[in-house]
Design a protein around this ligand. Structure first.
Ligand code: DGJ
Length: 752
């Protein structure tokens, strides 16, 4: 349970009058010295203190490791309209006391005003990390993570706020969430609450974030932070295609592989807001958390609201360093699935092969062909359900989770039995059974008005009084804030999974929220979704779950807690995918991404590129597959698919668990390249592409990174060459056409 830290064991006080506190760096990840607090990772320190006279919590440092005492900040000269509170770096800025920057919390008090004064009361240190009630969260044991909870209290309104900070030293990650409790007698409303609030010193900084749209997700954007407010948000009810809940700050000179960089990633699937404000005094405030347009959360006496958590990482190795920290943390301390780092089966998905035109015979036909190519998992996508309102197009059926009797006369079980009896032609060497596995597509959070469920329960859909229920893709959203709706979904999905040997689920979600009954619905919906995800993934731990929301509309750490992989984009064009996958990799590990070889001309862009390029781009993702009708493959393409599958299976363990280095970016170079180095550094795989060919031009050169300079490596069996040579001189390859690609396998010379 919670223990008070014995200060003599963990800190040493040097100096006298500092309100900033004085720390001696020890191996202790959390150091407390009176009213001063420091969290230390291997290469990061995060320090703050409670002002002795006011009790306000003030920030001291978030950056490279700090050893020894920190000198106190000179007291700012107060002149003009902005008082002291508006000039200092605040750790959890409340509202209404002279700080004119955006607040981390806005409380509509029972007296209707929005002033609050949250002051330090005491703290507790916990080994390990407590779970967050009803919310996804990073986890770790006592050796991996340490937590300090700072208890703040507003004596005027009797409201408490607990700031929970956890440090994962190995990943230089500080994780924070906030719990607000109404200890008074009246009702209050939380109108805004940021999981992360950090004030950085006066310095030039850039912000880097991910923007996009459907089929054009996660495009990297970088711009200078200027005076005033700049930010982004999702209003869609979900994390969205438009903006991802990720932000990086960097010095203007920071690059992919060097320079100070801060990364912030919100573990949440709902609407969110990110505000970056360079205030008139020059300090930069970053706020990340709930979207205040969709909160208004009432708290009666003794009720609490816990924010999602925000992960902050720091690196001196540029954006690549931030990405590698987040990747490692998320693979090992966020994804709960047993498949987090396990090899993923090569799959074939029926969507772009057959769209809604599926039945047991055409599915069996393409499953047979898939098996003969070496595919391991066959996935039946949309179009298999609905009796009175059959799902033969996107106009009907959502909500009626029973197999379409015309398409599947005996239900799903006979088809699943036949397909899982097929033997995959290319057996994975270490797997005893090479039978094809069967997977299924579902979209349980949705309802068509043309469905039996809607006839029976129109009140289960999200709606606002008499306003028209706006349909999108002809569908409405079920109100997952209602326990009866959550239970209905849990039962339906459990029944489907128990009805046949189904070992994979693609959980889709194809619209955003419009009319909602109340401003609390958005977050209540999320708590409902998380309850459903938690229940089902715990009940069916052997199922490989894949998230999807019209592609990457819900690619966020909240979903990753439950689903180890997420369909990254509905855009299957390999050229576009390079941009999308490089962008996604800023925050998310390759193990969470999915890439498929699809038919040409591509269904989204009309582009035709060779099958090797399509395959090489797809195998940069942890989950590799095909999404085409294999019986329609050109014989030349069909001939190379088995060897491409074999290559994907060979590189998959390194892609899933290795350290990722973005060697050159598609936005900056015609030759984007990415390297994965295996955990024990004995193997590596290089993905190297040419987008446009250059006639009569010198060859490009790719310099590797992250290898051991002293070690020797075989490169596709040749060599060995020194790590120093590979990193300083690099490798050259001759690409003959547009959209050329190379997958290069490196192996350390163990005799060296
Ligand atoms: C949207 C998904 O992103 C697609 O992959 C496909 O599953 C369709 N939905 C099916 O309706």
């Amino acid at each position: 349970m919670l223990k008070r830290l014995v200060s003599a064991n963990c800190s040493l006080s040097i100096g006298s009058n500092s309100t900033n506190g004085n720390f001696l760096l020890t191996a202790t990840p959390v150091v407390v010295d009176g009213n001063s607090f420091a969290l230390h990772g291997n290469n990061v320190s995060y320090c703050f203190h409670a002002d002795e006279s006011t009790g306000d919590l003030l920030s001291d440092h978030f950056g490279g490791s700090v050893t020894g005492p920190i000198p106190p900040d000179p007291t700012p000269i107060v002149n003009g309209w902005t008082g002291m509170l508006g000039r200092v770096r605040r750790e959890f800025p409340d509202q209404g006391r002279g700080d004119f920057r955006g607040p981390a919390i806005r409380i509509r008090q029972s007296g209707a005003h929005t002033v609050s004064a949250l002051h330090y009361q005491h703290h507790t240190v916990v080994k390990g990390k407590p779970a967050l009630p009803g919310l996804p969260a990073t986890f770790g044991n006592e050796d991996e993570v340490t937590t300090i909870v700072i208890h703040l209290y507003d004596k005027y309104s009797t409201i408490a706020a607990d700031l929970m900070y956890s440090v994962f030293p190995r990943y230089d990650a500080i994780v924070r969430s906030v719990t607000v409790t109404n200890k008074g007698k009246g009702a209050i409303v939380i109108e805004d609450l940021a999981s992360l609030s950090v004030d950085l010193p006066f310095e030039d900084l850039d912000m880097i974030y991910l923007r996009g749209e459907w089929a054009r997700e996660t495009h990297r954007q970088r711009r200078r932070i200027d005076y005033g407010l700049q930010g982004f948000r999702s209003n869609t009810g979900f994390s969205s295609h438009s903006h991802n809940p990720f932000l990086a700050l960097a010095r203007p000179s920071t690059t992919e592989n060097q320079g100070e960089t801060w990364g912030f990633s919100l573990v949440y699937t709902g609407s969110f807001a990110v505000n970056v404000e360079k205030c008139s005094q020059g300090l930069t405030r970053v706020l990340m958390g709930f979207n205040p347009d969709q909160l208004s959360w009432s708290l009666g006496p003794d009720e609490s609201l816990t924010s999602p958590e925000c992960v902050s990482v720091y690196s001196k190795e540029g954006l690549g360093g931030v990405s590698r920290s987040l990747h490692g943390l998320y693979r090992n301390h966020l994804v709960k699935s047993k498949f987090a780092t396990e090899d993923r089966p090569v799959l074939l998905n029926s969507w772009e092969a057959l769209y809604f035109n599926i039945n047991s015979s055409n599915l069996y036909r393409i499953a047979q062909e898939s098996a003969s190519l070496g595919v391991k998992l066959f996935v039946m996508d949309d179009g298999w359900f609905g009796k009175d309102y059959p799902r033969v197009s996107d106009t009907a059926g959502l909500g009626d989770w029973i197999p379409n009797p015309k398409r599947f006369p005996g239900g799903l079980a006979p088809l699943v039995k036949d397909i899982t009896a097929l033997k995959s032609a290319v057996a994975e060497s270490d797997k005893s059974s090479a039978n094809l596995r069967f997977g299924i597509w579902i979209e349980p959070e949705m309802i068509n008005s043309s469905s039996t469920l809607y006839q029976e329960h129109p009140e289960w859909a999200l709606y606002a009084d008499q306003y028209p229920r706006t349909e999108q893709r002809n569908q409405l959203i079920l109100n997952l804030a209602l326990p009866e709706v959550q239970n209905f979904i849990i039962t339906c999905v459990s029944d489907i999974l128990s009805s046949a040997d189904i070992t994979y689920v693609k959980w889709d979600h194809n619209r955003c929220m419009h009319e909602t009954p109340s401003p609390t619905t958005h977050h209540a919906y999320m708590l409902g979704v998380y309850r459903v995800f938690e229940t089902l993934t715990t009940r069916f731990p052997d199922v490989l779950w894949e998230g999807c929301a019209s592609g990457g509309g819900r690619f966020d750490p909240g979903v990753m807690q439950y689903f180890p992989q997420i369909w990254t984009s509905d855009n299957t064009d390999a050229v576009d995918r390079i941009f999308i996958q490089f962008g996604t990799s800023l925050a998310y590990p390759a193990s969470s991404m999915c890439g498929h070889i699809s038919a040409v001309p591509n269904h989204q862009t009309g582009r035709t590129v060779q099958i090797e390029f399509r395959a090489h781009v797809a195998m940069m993702c942890g989950s590799f597959g095909l999404e085409l009708d294999p019986t329609e493959l050109h014989p030349d393409e069909r001939a190379v698919v088995p060897e491409l599958i074999a290559l994907a299976e060979k590189v998959n363990p390194i892609v899933l668990t290795g350290d990722m280095w973005r060697l050159s970016l598609p936005e900056e170079s015609d030759w984007p390249a990415m390297l994965f180095i295996s955990k024990n550094a004995s193997q590596a795989v290089l993905f190297y592409y040419q987008l446009g060919s250059k006639v009569n031009h010198a060859l490009s050169r790719v310099r590797l990174q992250g290898l051991d300079a002293q070690d020797m490596y075989f490169v596709d069996g040749e060599g060995p060459y020194s790590g120093a040579m590979l990193m300083s001189m690099g490798l050259q390859y001759c690409f003959e056409t547009d959209y050329g690609s190379k997958v290069v396998f490196l192996e350390k010379d163990s005799s060296h």
